[in-house]
Design a protein around this ligand. Structure first.
Ligand code: GLN
Length: 253
């Protein structure tokens, strides 16, 4: 009899311990810590309430709901995101392009947005072709695909900034000749300097299209779950609603 009671007690304790381990957040949901760099409108930026907002933030919160996880956003430097995945953060959503190099360190979800680099120049610039990009002072955001492209341009003096907006500021002040940055933030930033700078289409410079995806630890079981959630969010129409709310509204042409 004593033996039975001891076994039952052990079983109850195990169960209690298991439940305790399974609920990390106060609400009972598990927490998904997601890194971003809130300097990339309309995908991520600091909202009026001082908190990160934008398409990516709204999307990852919807994914969190599907996974039954509470999303906690960590705002950090773009260049630090990949190395932080699996240690400081569980995932990253940051308008991040799938690249071979990043695939060495992380896994990506299915892509959720097609992008391309644009070129921002002074409004009176004559820059129009890939040839015109040679031997110029080029502003980029550190650690981005725009920076990788700039490094490959013949004679380029590449100036890397922590914040993309600082690169556009320096373009406006004449400190760089052009800025290479993703299409959507390029459009948002040029609106801030109306009449002074313009954004030129990447196709003009033979830039290849890119795909944004959520970065996750290599081999993580979350990859499959996130893909499933993403597919449901698309099928239910929420994804398109977010596009309208965040992306289309940012495009005043
Ligand atoms: N899409 C670019 C990249 O992945 C830029 C992303 C960003 O600056 N947030 O490098």
């Amino acid at each position: 009899m004593k033996k039975v009671i001891a076994m039952l007690l052990a079983a109850v304790l195990c169960l209690a311990a298991f439940t305790a381990c399974g609920s990390e957040a106060a609400s009972g949901d598990k927490v998904l810590v997601v890194g971003t760099n809130a300097e990339f409108p309309p995908f991520e930026y600091i909202g009026d309430d001082g908190e990160p907002d934008g398409f990516d933030i709204a999307l990852i919160k919807e994914i969190g709901k599907k996974l039954g996880m509470e999303v906690q956003i960590e705002n950090m430097e773009f260049n630090s995101l990949v190395a932080a995945i699996g240690t400081k953060i569980d995932a990253s959503i940051a308008g991040m392009t799938i690249t071979e190099e990043r695939l060495n360190a992380v896994d990506f979800s299915d892509p959720y947005y097609e992008a391309v680099q644009y070129v921002i120049v002074p409004a009176d610039s004559t820059i129009a072709t890939a040839e015109d990009l040679k031997n110029k002072a080029i502003g980029v955001q550190m650690g981005t695909t725009g920076e990788t492209i700039a490094f490959k341009i013949e004679g380029a003096a590449v100036q890397s900034y922590n914040k993309a907006l600082d690169a556009v500021n320096d373009l406006n002040n004449g400190r760089v000749d052009l800025v290479i940055i993703d299409r959507n933030p390029a459009k948002v930033f040029t609106q801030k300097f109306e009449g002074k700078v313009i954004a030129l289409e990447g196709a003009q410079f033979e830039f290849e299209s890119e795909e944004y995806a959520i970065a996750l630890p290599k081999g993580s079981e979350l990859v499959e779950k996130v893909n499933q959630a993403l597919a449901e969010i698309k099928a239910e129409g929420t994804f398109d609603e977010l596009l309208t709310q965040y992306i289309d509204s940012a495009e005043v042409e």
